[in-house]
Design a protein around this ligand. Structure first.
Ligand SMILES: [Zn+2]
Ligand SMILES: [Zn+2]
Length: 484
């Protein structure tokens, strides 16, 4: 978490030094032209490069504000179509960190048996298309070394250059809000590109591309070592093995046509899964509502503003006269806490583990969201955060929730689980994922073992388990999965 600030501050410092000695207009254009010639960018319509290295799952750190968890990349290909304004990343990664720490394998996919719980067996295949006709897609393309110069040329009217300590900086502004800055080395090759981009959970977030070890491919220079970062931590570290300038495969790449996600979830109708307990988006990831006599408690605030507002509307229908006393946050991952800012905006108190306090107060609830202002950014409000240590009980005459810390859990520091004694129901996140149809894991996941052992130690009388990522299982399934 500290590192993020240091890097962000360093970037801000560079940008401010930058202003002191800048060239704009024709002089900036000349500097861009020199770099375009050095990189061989002018005639470059597309490029394809592949290699191996490491991938890191954003939003899934082990510790709040810590580095993203690492996966080995067996195969990586990037296809950038500068003519058709699209790019495609093809990635095959394996979960080989021992022991695994943090999240990042994604949901379980019943057609491929991929994802679910760590350590995830086998290859995880992930392909992603980016449409350069959208502002976010264009900025992502400009983070590539040649793309940066194409972006600078396309936005030459806003371009500025400067020299600081012998290093040349080129920056430009696009779409009236994105400031993209590149650093050129002594050969006028692009060695670093950075910009701020909106990430719903973390706000204006520093994205960087770091390019080194350049080689010449028929007049086009390409870095053989590529590091991408988000929020100061690596998301990709690639040793490039093959480069193909003007590749036909890259020219064939088009932007993504897949529909926006998220709406499907919000449209699901709530389902009462136990007496006074409602899955608000049954079958898929989402919040769970627990009704007390004169108030309600929501377990988990995933998603974003839209998901939280849809949740609050559903709660109002189920329990129109009962105020929401708390939202309980099981852990700090983006897919579990993305909707918390909206709860802060609504003035709803949050219960989370004490290890999360600093991260939430100093980053998540405080980060600027200037690129895409959310509810909290538009109407700032102080968060009401109640932290807990090992145990907290919420109870009245009709309902009891016992919250427990899963100590030493490898998925996330400060991971909480909820137990409802009257319903004999456990509500858990990321310690177990049902894998219907899949062969059993080669070995029980330490994540499931941690939960089952905790239940055993506490002598909790559990018959069923509701999963924040969707579905309900008999507790015996978890015991079997843990090999206990
Ligand atoms: Zn998680
Ligand atoms: Zn999760």
């Amino acid at each position: 978490m500290k590192r993020t600030f240091v890097i962000a501050t360093a970037a801000a410092l560079l940008l401010s030094l930058h202003v002191a000695a800048q060239n704009a207009g024709p002089e900036a254009k000349t500097e861009i032209d020199i770099a375009v010639a050095a990189m061989g960018t002018a005639g470059l319509q597309s490029i394809q490069y592949s290699g191996t290295g490491s991938f890191y799952a954003t939003g899934q750190a082990y510790e709040p504000g810590g580095p993203w968890p690492r996966y080995s990349v067996k195969k990586y290909t990037m296809l950038v179509n500068y003519t058709g304004l699209a790019m495609r990343q093809e990635l095959v990664r394996i979960d080989d960190e021992k022991p695994p720490r943090g999240g990042g394998v994604g949901g379980y996919n019943p057609t491929t048996f991929q994802g679910g719980i760590r350590p995830a067996p086998g290859d995880m295949v992930e392909n992603q298309n980016t449409d350069g006709h959208t502002d976010v897609g264009a900025v992502r393309m400009w983070l590539t070394p040649h793309g940066f110069l194409k972006g600078a040329a396309a936005n030459a009217a806003t371009a500025k250059t400067s020299t600081v300590h012998g290093k040349k900086f080129v920056s430009f502004t696009a779409f009236g809000k994105y400031s993209v800055t590149g650093t050129l080395n002594s050969q006028n090759l692009v060695e670093h590109v950075e910009t701020l981009m909106d990430v719903a959970y973390t706000g204006d977030t520093l994205l960087e591309g770091i390019y080194s070890d350049y080689r010449d491919f028929g007049g086009v220079k390409c870095p053989m070592h590529i590091v991408m970062r988000e929020g100061g931590y690596p998301t990709l570290d690639l040793a490039v093995a093959e480069v193909q300038p003007n590749s036909q495969a890259a020219l064939d790449v088009r932007g993504s046509t897949s529909p926006a996600q998220g709406n499907v979830r919000a449209e699901r109708q709530p389902e009462e899964i136990a007496d006074g307990v409602w899955a608000l988006t049954p079958g898929v990831e989402g919040s769970i509502l627990v009704e007390f006599n004169d108030h309600v408690v929501i377990i988990e605030g995933p998603g974003n503003d839209a998901y939280t507002m849809a949740t609050l509307a559903k709660v109002k229908k189920i329990a129109p006269d009962k105020p929401i006393r708390y939202v309980v946050n099981t852990h700090h991952h983006a897919d579990h806490a993305g909707g918390l800012r909206a709860y802060v905006a609504e003035g709803i108190p949050i219960i989370t583990h004490e290890s999360h306090k600093k991260y939430y107060e100093e980053q998540i609830f405080k980060n600027p969201h200037s690129l895409n202002p959310d509810r909290l950014a538009r109407a700032p409000r102080a968060p009401i955060l109640e932290t807990m240590k090992d145990k907290r009980v919420l109870t009245d005459a009709s309902m009891t929730i016992e919250l427990y810390l899963l100590r030493d859990h490898l998925h996330a520091v400060g991971l909480l689980v909820a137990y409802l004694p009257k319903q004999k129901l456990l509500i858990q996140a990321d310690s177990y994922i049902p894998r219907p149809g899949a062969p059993p894991l080669p070995a029980p996941s330490p994540y499931t073992i941690n939960l089952v052992d905790k239940v055993t130690r506490l002598k909790l009388d559990v018959t069923r388990v509701a999963h924040i990522h969707g579905g309900i299982s008999p507790y015996s399934d978890l015991v079997a999965a843990a090999g206990r």
